[in-house]
Design a binder for this molecule. Sequence first.
Ligand SMILES: [Zn+2]
Length: 306
Amino acid sequence: MQTRRQLLKNAMAGTAGLVLGAPALRLAAQTADATGNVKLADDLFIVRVPGEASVLAQTSRDGVLLVDGGSAAGSDAVLKAVSALPNGSGKIQTLFNTHWHPEQTGSNEKLGTAGATIIAQENTRLWLQQNVAYPWNGQKFKKLPKIAQPNKTFYDNGTLPSGVRYGWISDAAHTDGDLYVYFPQQNVMAVGDAAYGQGWPVVDWWTGGWIGGIVGGLQRIQSVANRDTKIVPARGPVLSFADITAQVDMYGTIYDRLNQMMNKGRGPSEAVEAKPAKEYEAKMGNPDEFIRRSAESLWAYLSPDA
Ligand SMILES: [Zn+2]
């Protein structure tokens, strides 16, 4: 087993090479239909319901596979949108949870009750089995009933009979249970919140995410993907391999700055004041919340007893 420190070191060593990477190669225009859905292949769609995180649906006459299922409040609308897809009206056989957050697991109860196989990394199941409260804003999350919990978990990776591959993003980019689902035939990879398509990511260090893991997680995504893979985040547009490279560069730079400050004993408020993301603010928006959580995540991860 590599320690988190080693993983990070490897991740950062990789960054140096990737900084020189190709200029941003934009994906061909992403055509959304009138509903907002995006067709990635004849049997693969991004379902976008306003206010909901993206859901990836693979449809067939034999049934449907989903990566994430929206929030509990949006579940009905998400499932209705799925059933309206070409070959989308069959039974939902398989549901992946990319991580435990309620924006992703709100259809678990309905689909679990209907007999779907709910696949998640084991850490995701563990979080869904307990109540969670964030220390930074007091937000509380109730554990899910048994029927809604993932009923097929794994530690490292797996392959479905259809050839779809899935695996743990063990760097803890967003939580400690992040997973990717890779569709080799369509060359599409769903990554949940381990990569963001828009805005600054939530750094949920309470359930394991951290700024070093964002960098390592993005590089792990690249190690499974190839230059032509369409990478589907839970938020924002589809990302290209080059988009991920640019993110590795940006988060690696911010990580370096925060790490230097932490080594000098600077706390999260001082980190925010130092504006370690200043050259990215015009494009990305106000980073204060992201920087504060990132600095806290470093303390949580790298302090001796963490
Ligand atoms: Zn999330």
